[in-house]
Design a protein around this ligand. Structure first.
Ligand SMILES: [Zn+2]
Length: 431
């Protein structure tokens, strides 16, 4: 066992319901050989209780729970930063041509390695990942994620209309290929399977029905897709299905407690009510929403309807892997909403990036905070000595202020260490 000594901050209780930041300036976390936090407290007390165990000193900086990214696209790793287009143009001109390249397994393997490095380097330890439209490329992702040690929920992305022909499948093939992938990866190591129609716009009812059948056939599988991102997209979905965007999934039984829908920038009250009663969560992707001009996320309405919200980077419409940046952009977005924006504190941002994400993925019993009994999934933010963030952390008057500075200035290169299940995955010991 190992005692990790650090300044530890986490947000186990929902700050939207009066939960406070939990901050310990000199904490000790006793972690077992298999990665569970067995004891937690003031370092001196933990040391006294377990005097013979070695101590890992994480001097300076902050130890935080590993980030949970609830919406990120692996085949878009190389197109981050294609700015200047709204959603449907960006798909046609940037995302879909790139995603067609994943028919080439060698290309997919190269990007899969880059992608998992991007997540791990950012301090993201758990992610709900949009896979590729090609089954071998999804296999490559699970292989790469397993090698690096990430906690991944992912699957084959399926569509059968309105994209490019090479990205289309059939309901039967979608089911068969998805089941084969799930049989290989679901519940293996830290991997779980997700059923992923790209978005209702590019899926017929027959394909969504096959997704529902697969979701039922794979117990414990997750369901994820996009919803209500862009007004032009929403109008098309309404024309195609003659119902609401949420309704297009709901009529196939796809709104439930293992559902995460990305964006939801323009929901109706009825849709929010249905998400709440179904127990579905929303992945809020603020840099993507800003980059594509999709809109200002109505967080207040989600909170009012009690729809769970977590953060997603939405790489590559989003502008990077770091949930520090997404947290900051979420804060900006609420500021810019004016009177109905939700004033977010640094505690809210940490909660959205960790505990809320774990809950959205049904992993709240094991990750999301650094309580005794949880897995040791953590990131150590330790900026270079003398850097602006280092100066900011050292001069902060308290933990909330230090955390705000971390979200304002933190980048992946400030993350000096990352652990999943107690295994250090950054620096990458394999490379
Ligand atoms: Zn997306």
């Amino acid at each position: 066992m190992t005692i990790y000594r650090a300044q530890v901050l986490d947000a186990p209780e929902d700050p939207f319901r009066d939960g406070a930041l939990r901050a310990e300036a000199d904490a000790g976390l006793l972690v077992t050989a298999d990665g569970q936090i067995a004891d937690r407290g003031a370092f001196a007390e933990v040391r006294a209780r377990h005097g013979t165990e070695p101590v890992c000193e994480l001097t300076d900086g902050l130890l935080l729970p590993g980030f949970v990214d609830t919406h990120v696209h692996y085949p878009q790793a190389r197109i981050i930063g294609d700015l200047g287009m709204p959603l449907l143009d960006w798909l046609d001109r940037s995302a879909l041509p790139e995603e067609a390249r994943f028919a080439d397994l060698g290309y997919a393997r190269d990007v899969a390695a880059e992608f998992v490095s991007g997540l791990a380097d950012a301090g993201t330890t758990t992610a709900l990942v949009f896979g590729a439209h090609f089954a071998p490329a999804v296999d490559a992702l699970f292989t790469a994620a397993s090698a690096r040690g990430l906690r991944i929920t992912s699957g084959l992305v399926v569509s059968d209309r309105l994209l490019r022909p090479e990205l289309h499948t059939t309901p039967e093939r979608a089911y068969d290929e998805g089941l084969a992938l799930a049989n290989r990866w679901h519940g293996q190591g830290r991997n779980r399977y997700a059923v992923i129609p790209r978005f209702a716009l590019s899926c017929t009812d027959d394909l969504l029905a096959s997704c529902a059948a697969l979701h039922t056939a794979v117990p414990g599988s997750w369901f994820t897709s996009h919803v209500n991102e862009n007004t032009a997209e929403i109008e098309t979905v309404r024309d195609l299905f003659e119902c609401s965007y949420v309704g297009s999934y709901d009529r196939h039984g796809l709104i439930g407690s293992r559902t995460v829908l990305a964006h939801n920038v323009h929901p109706t009250d009825e849709e929010l009510e249905r998400l709440a009663t179904g127990g579905a969560a929303v992945a809020h992707c603020p840099t993507s929403n800003a980059a594509l001009g999709s809109g200002l996320f109505p967080l207040h309405r989600h909170l009012t309807h009690r729809v769970p919200v977590a953060l997603g980077s939405d790489v590559g419409a989003g502008t990077g892997y770091s949930l520090f940046k997404e947290g900051l952009q979420a804060y900006f977005m609420q500021r810019l909403r004016g009177a109905d924006g939700v004033p977010l504190t640094s505690t809210h941002l940490l909660y959205l990036a960790t505990t809320a994400g774990a809950a959205a993925l049904g992993l709240e019993g094991s990750v999301g905070d650094l309580s005794a009994g949880k897995r040791f999934d953590a990131l150590w933010l330790r900026p270079p000595p003398g850097s602006p963030l280092d100066v900011g952390l050292r001069s902060a008057s308290g933990p909330e202020e230090a955390l705000a500075r971390a979200f304002a200035q933190g980048v992946s290169s400030d993350v000096a260490g990352v652990w999943v299940d107690g295994e250090r995955i950054k620096p990458d010991m394999m490379s």
